[in-house]
Design a protein around this ligand. Sequence first.
Ligand code: NAD
Ligand code: TYD
Length: 356
Amino acid sequence: MIFVTGGAGFIGSNFVLASLAQGEESVINFDKLTYAGNLNNLLSVQQDSRHIFVQGDICDTAQVAALLAEYQPRAIVHFAAESHVDRSIYGPGEFIQTNINGTFSLLEAARAYWSGLPKAQQEAFRFLHVSTDEVYGSLEKDDAPFTEQHVYAPNSPYSASKAASDHLVRAYHHTYGLPTLTTNCSNNYGPYHFPEKLIPLMINNALAGKSLPIYGDGQQVRDWLYVGDHCAAIHRVLAQGKLGETYNIGGWNEKTNLEVVHALCDLLDQMAPKATGSYRSQITTVQDRPGHDRRYAIDAKKIQSELGWMPVETFETGLRKTVQWYLDNQAWVQAVQSGAYLEWIAHNYQQRGHKE
Ligand code: NAD
Ligand code: TYD
């Protein structure tokens, strides 16, 4: 049995579904169900007795401790976090609470549980912490991609809070010997991605006939990885990763934001053509994000050479699958556009001088 935090979010739910599809092992899915958590992501395993969903907060050490004692998992895979950079700029408090204090609470519960295990189970136990490439800060155009040795230089409240959580995980390994693994991954995309993030927001707005808001000059670069590839990498690190090590995970797919949005428009022009011409005509530029990191790029050679993992999807195949998923799952998209979602969209984009 494995204990997953944040398994009702974008990557966590993809990971839970992939885990249940590939083996006999049960999953305890522990999630607070914030605005980003969505049980509709897990409808296909609702009747599966191997999926045990528990609503709760990782800051609640006692609740986590009780669940660990009851279910005796062989691993904790920690996804739960506040994950949206723009939200961290308007309201950093929740990021400090969940990403830093929450990870600390979870580590404390994990340490107490692990310390009390019989030796063989203690040796087999793993705490896998899912983190981001944003902890490394921003690269210049010609800088080499981030390796695992790159100095931490987080620039947003989100990335600073994730960096702090990475350091806590490192310290729990170094000081207490907790068998930890950390992964730092680039931008994910794919099914169940909440439409506040670039790719699902653009698909959603395009289909709704709304404008496609590019922050600043749109020349910021991100490395994009299909979420299924990220989940496979996490499974690989969990099975074979060296204790206390970190692994960078990336798709070898550096794109400017404008390239991404152009690619999306071109796919939509093929897959859901509109009578009035190309979706590209809906692109507009809006005020930039404060402190916007210019470029992220991942050197994923360590996980390739040591653990034999490489992404399966190219940007073209992954993006096509993603667009198709959103076209096929409009009911899911409608359901996540609650009042709270609309409030966020109004708040974020009106401040940027953006008109629909
Ligand atoms: P998400 O925002 O879609 O989901 C986060 C989940 O965590 C939600 O289900 C939410 O309800 C839950 N959660 C939040 N606070 C909680 C708390 N206090 N207790 C329990 N559950 C709580 O995030 P995501 O995009 O799926 O990201 C998952 C993890 O991967 C995060 O740690 C993030 O930093 C990391 N990551 C994300 C990306 C990306 O591109 N999305 C890239 C690299 C790393
Ligand atoms: P995002 O999906 O928020 O991920 P992150 O900031 O964690 O990389 O944004 C990806 C890029 O897209 C980032 O450079 C900001 C940009 N962006 C826009 O240009 N317009 C938008 O409406 C959004 C949400 C993001």
